[in-house]
Design a protein around this ligand. Structure first.
Ligand code: ZN
Length: 421
């Protein structure tokens, strides 16, 4: 394995508190303190050199819906966006609810040889919310945690058992918080805009009430619940209180919930349709403040590719979800960091050491001896979002045509340069 010297960049490693201009050495696939002779030197002056980015919420569609996205496509999109590790959700065409399915996902990722994949196994068989899946066997096969994401676990007894069981393997249960009785037929956030547009609303309380239940169950069982894609101000309040009470609760927010509100729905544009839906400007502000102060631990894209035809159906009928792996860095740097809402260090922490800690991964740092997963970001690179250039098969993004500043320019996984631009 060759040695690489990344020279003269702004090294930001929140896990160790390092933020200075300096060099990073990679020797034998690991971060080294220094080296003798580099086989390759990368000039990083003016760039940020950070731990390989980690996204703990992505939907690749394999096994079962390979036309939407294969694991190889998803991994290519990940490294193009600067992500060296991703956690995949279990709600694929064939649900990942067995040890065999977990191994299949890991094998396909190894074949692709780009990003590291940490599969989340389903909590319940077939995502039906009724009977626990074989969580122990999946954990043994390498599942990083468990989630029925895409669907809520409505049965509190099932959630209780899931938290207890997952805790035995020190894994989190990632909760898609949605009281399904409150969201039947909903197409967007419940509120004045939905009324005006004549669309059925998804009230914020359907999220916050379930987050409160899950936080209380986590406290009671000693389990770890991770709240996916926080969208509402009230959910932030629930998480803040839960953390204060000592419950093992962590949370993530997606770039779209951190930057866009429900006014965008006025054009009935499916590029703004996701679950949970875009909320009000006040919610966006609360979610951003919670990310800045650590109440929300990390950023996760909820990358969710769909076929173009499917996504172009009538608004009420079209599926939820947008792609995100290739736009997260640009959106976070442009709309949060450059806008003064988030420091560079906190933004990088929210995409490296924080997600690593949630899933218990020995990644997300540049300290000596760590796996050499490194992302080089040019904070000044200007580019325009053109979905036809995505590595992902998904083309639907709320940022289509948007000019952004900041992009990953090199992605290194285990000491190998897997992406450069
Ligand atoms: Zn979800």
């Amino acid at each position: 394995m060759t040695s690489i010297l990344i020279k003269g960049g702004r090294v930001i490693d929140p896990a160790s508190g390092r933020d200075e201009t300096g060099d990073v050495w990679i020797v034998g696939g690991k971060i080294a303190k220094s080296g003798r002779k580099a086989a390759r030197t990368i000039d990083a002056r003016g760039k940020w050199v950070v731990p390989g980015l980690i996204d703990i919420h992505v939907h690749f569609r394999e096994p079962g819906e390979e036309a939407k996205e294969t694991i190889a496509d998803g991994c290519a999109a990940a490294v193009a966006g600067g992500f060296t590790s991703v956690a995949t959700m279990a709600n694929t065409g064939q649900v990942v609810d067995t040890a065999m399915a977990v191994r299949y996902v890991r094998d396909r990722a190894a074949e692709a040889g780009l990003a590291r994949i940490f599969p989340l196994g389903a909590v319940t068989k077939g995502l039906k919310g009724e009977e626990l899946a074989e969580m122990g066997l999946m954990a043994k096969a390498g599942a990083a945690g468990f989630s029925d994401d895409g669907r809520p676990i409505m049965n509190s007894e099932v959630m209780r058992r899931a938290l207890e069981y997952a805790a035995m393997f020190r894994k989190p249960v990632v909760s898609h918080c949605e009281d399904a009785h409150l969201t039947k037929g909903a197409a967007m956030n419940e509120g004045p805009v939905a009324t005006e547009l004549g669309l059925r609303g998804w009230p914020a309380v359907a999220e916050s009430a379930m987050a409160a239940r899950d936080a209380m169950l986590a406290k009671w069982t000693g389990g770890h619940v991770h709240i996916a894609h926080v969208s509402a101000k009230e959910t932030v309040e629930v998480i803040r209180a839960a953390k204060k009470s000592g419950a093992r609760v962590t949370a993530e927010a997606a770039p779209h919930h951190l930057t866009l509100d429900d006014q965008r729905l006025r054009g009935y544009d499916p590029r703004f349709k996701m679950n949970p839906p875009l909320r009000t400007a006040e919610d966006v502000e609360a979610v951003v403040a919670a990310l800045a102060d650590g109440t929300i631990d990390c950023i996760a894209s909820d990358h969710a590719p769909h076929g173009t035809e499917e996504k172009e159906q009538e608004f009420a009928a079209c599926p939820n979800g947008v792609v995100g792996l290739e736009t997260t860095v640009g959106v976070v740097l442009t709309d949060l960091v450059a806008a003064g809402k988030l420091t560079a260090r906190r933004a990088i922490e929210a995409m490296t050491s924080a997600p690593a800690r949630i899933l218990g991964l020995a990644l997300g740092s540049l300290v000596q001896g760590s796996a050499a997963d490194v992302t080089i970001i040019d904070p000044a690179r200007k580019w325009k979002v053109d979905p036809s250039k995505f590595r992902s098969r998904g083309r639907c993004t709320p940022w289509e045509g948007r000019s952004l500043t900041g992009a990953a320019v090199a992605t290194i996984v285990g000491g190998l340069v897997v992406y450069e631009s």
